[in-house]
Design a protein around this ligand. Structure first.
Ligand SMILES: [Zn+2]
Ligand SMILES: [Zn+2]
Length: 159
């Protein structure tokens, strides 16, 4: 059975369908990915370029370094794609623009030497969890250090 990955940018002007499984799924922590996306790191899946069917508006491309181009929606700005002359038959696509991003599981951290200190697992895991924004918050207190305790959900005092 042929399975497809489908996705779209924020405004929906660009959408895509990928046939065939991704070659790899990775987080990239390089500074260029950060700048291009406005996020602390970007999760990419790599596909064979000829497996990707782009529809709707054409992507806008920005040459971010020699031989490398980043594709985005010229209307809403969503970061969509990355390609490099060294691998002309492959294209990277942002996992977060998939209709079902949970269908893929990241396999590696790339460019970890450039990562932000506060994306380290221990640091991220220590932060308080809010089910929504802080304003309408249900604060979820997770006791990570006492094994066997279940999560405790309690209303927060809105700060
Ligand atoms: Zn768009
Ligand atoms: Zn990167």
């Amino acid at each position: 059975m042929m399975t497809f990955l489908t996705g779209r940018c924020l405004c929906g002007a660009i959408h895509y369908r990928v046939s065939g499984p991704p070659l790899t799924v990775d987080h990239c922590h390089c500074a260029s990915c950060r700048k291009a996306s406005g996020a602390p790191f970007v999760t990419w899946f790599t596909a064979r370029a000829f497996d990707v069917d782009w529809r709707g508006a054409p992507l806008a491309w920005y040459v971010s370094s020699v031989g490398a181009e980043r594709g985005f929606c010229g209307r809403c700005g969503s970061t969509l794609a990355y390609r490099h002359d060294a691998e002309p038959e492959e294209i990277d696509i942002t996992v977060a623009t998939l209709d079902h991003p949970q269908s893929l599981t990241p396999e590696h951290h790339l460019c970890w030497r450039e990562h932000l200190p506060w994306v380290e697992p221990d640091t991220l895991g220590r932060l308080p969890l809010f089910e929504g924004t802080k304003d309408n918050a249900i604060y979820r207190q997770t006791r990570r250090h006492s094994r066997g305790d279940s999560d405790v959900t309690m209303p927060s005092s809105s700060a």
